[in-house]
Write a protein that binds this ligand. Structure first.
Ligand code: NAG
Ligand code: NAG
Ligand code: NAG
Length: 213
């Protein structure tokens, strides 16, 4: 009798753990947001909503990336990086595989500490879900596969076109709104662009600051 009830108990415990895990998974795997335009985009959970920003939690994910370290970074530089990543998904990889476009186009900007004021600008495309576990290797030597670790980020959404100026302004507004520099890591910061340049209205861009644990 005792052993039977123990077994039942153990089963109930297992069932409970499983249902809790699946609820957590569900929060990350529900339908992608409309601004992803039905492209694969990294799943997240909204941890907290504030007046003009939100705190999101992202799972880890694989991306293809390329970077440059320099003092100035122009729209032309960004276009060159974009084209390198486009080449990768168009078949310039070790399986000559065509890979679906994903969202967003994520840029990381890491300001250097040195006197020369150089920063590292990294552009990323997310690897589609079906290739996350085995992405083809890029042929270009300056394009590489990298993982973004699980992280919480403060996110501010803005419309129009993301460029150096609008990104800086929105990043400053986000930092002002958070109003507590102990809550985030200021360097690097991120901007995420979800629309192609031909979409003029209703553009959705984001700036991210990584939350401190
Ligand atoms: C920049 O790219 C190179 C490969 O081209 C890589 O080895 C390096 O780690 C990258 N740097 C950063 C800061 O991500
Ligand atoms: C940057 O974007 C903003 C807002 O979309 C726009 O007003 C501004 O003219 C742009 N600046 C440049 C240099 O393209
Ligand atoms: C920002 O935080 C300070 C305390 O650190 C507080 O005095 C101030 O009112 C806050 N500003 C806003 C706009 O909430």
């Amino acid at each position: 009798m005792i052993s039977t009830s123990l077994v039942l108990c153990a089963c109930a415990a297992v069932a409970m753990t499983m249902s809790i895990q699946s609820v957590e998974e569900m929060q990350y795997t529900k339908d992608p947001p409309a601004f992803c335009h039905k492209l694969d985009c990294p799943r997240y959970e909204v941890v907290q909503t504030f007046k003009d920003y939100e705190l999101r939690s992202y799972l880890s994910s694989m991306w293809v990336a390329t970077n440059v370290t320099q003092m100035q970074f122009t729209e032309d530089d960004k276009k060159k990086q974009f084209n390198k990543l486009l080449d990768y998904i168009s078949g310039q990889n070790d399986r000559s595989e065509k890979i679906a476009m994903t969202a967003p186009v994520l840029q990381t900007i890491l300001h250097g500490q040195g006197p020369d004021c150089e920063s590292t600008f990294t552009l990323h495309f997310m690897v589609p879900f079906n290739l996350q576990n085995s992405p083809p290797q890029p042929k270009a030597s300056d394009v590489y596969i990298t993982s973004l670790e699980p992280m919480d980020v403060y996110v501010r959404v803005f419309s129009g076109y993301a460029n150096g100026t609008s990104t800086q302004t929105n990043l400053q507004t986000l930092a002002d709104d958070i109003n507590d520099s102990t809550k985030y890591i200021p360097n690097p910061y991120y901007d995420a662009v979800y629309d192609n340049p031909f979409q003029i209205l209703d553009r959705h861009n984001e700036v991210w600051l990584q939350a401190k644990k």
